[in-house]
Design a protein around this ligand. Sequence first.
Ligand SMILES: Nc1ncnc2c1ncn2[C@@H]1O[C@H](COP(=O)(O)OP(=O)(O)O)[C@@H](O)[C@H]1O
Ligand SMILES: [Mg+2]
Length: 313
Amino acid sequence: MFDVVGLGCACVDFLGVVPYMPGLDDEIQMLAASRQGGGEVATALVALARLGSTASYVGQIGDDPSGDLIATEFEQYGVDTSHLLVERGATSQTSIVLVDDESGKRTILGVPFTASEIAPDQIRPGFVEKARYLLLDGTARQAALEAARRARSAGVPVVLDADVVALDSEIEALLDLTDILIPSKSFSQRFTGTENVEKALETFRTFGASIILITLGEEGCVCHADGDTFHTPIFEVDVVDTTGAGDVFHGAFVRGLLQDWELPQTVEFAAAVAAIKCAKLGGRAGIPTAEETASFLAGRETQFDYSQLTAHG
Ligand SMILES: Nc1ncnc2c1ncn2[C@@H]1O[C@H](COP(=O)(O)OP(=O)(O)O)[C@@H](O)[C@H]1O
Ligand SMILES: [Mg+2]
């Protein structure tokens, strides 16, 4: 009964803005710092909730302070936590994120953690099947495959954020179950072995997703659907931090799909929401509401009508 059910990574980011990337034996003063929830699927769900859709997170965290923050932020942003499992005595996934003051680009350091992934048989029967979209990021792989199979049998489209996910033997099975494939540039290059976007699209097309969209950071994104390929540039903003740009893009993209817009408008909307996010430190603090996105777009060049944006989608 949710617009979107997401199964994948939820973590906490400790973010710090640095005047330059420190080297060995350096000791430097950070210019700003923040602690926020992160993770591809989790942040995409937060974006969906901010933009007015209903979203629920399926996954497992630990009962440590990071786990508490993950759960509290979901509640604050209005992401449903009825399928959030908490493992006793386990630590949750946490990252240290160094943001370069000059470029807004980030370097991510994963902290070791012990919480186990949600298992396929822990997914409640009917939970995925009732969603309008299923969002995955390829983590909790066995559960992701199970959720994708259930979604497929129920006619629920599967959206995959393919980014830092491991390239093991099961990744292809996951791509085979994906309807809307949105890889990052780095995944695209790792998986297809080419920097040529056209060639990468050709490889991805053999897996049967009806929409394939490769995000290219500052270079925008390239989308392929119905035999047509088009490029969408970024919206220029004063970038503070690009952490979570892709996560937020995915959430906003699904929000556009829920709105039943044409694909070019859906992509432009996602690019706008992701750009607005980049103006604040952290993956979540800068995520705009639908109204804020509409007023941002009102001041930009666009051929689309966003006046319906405030309606629930
Ligand atoms: N510096 C930026 N300024 C404005 N928009 C950006 C910027 N970086 C990324 N974006 C937007 O966010 C989308 C996803 O970013 P990308 O860096 O490709 O993903 P990820 O964060 O997963 O690596 C891009 O396609 C673009 O629309
Ligand atoms: Mg990403």
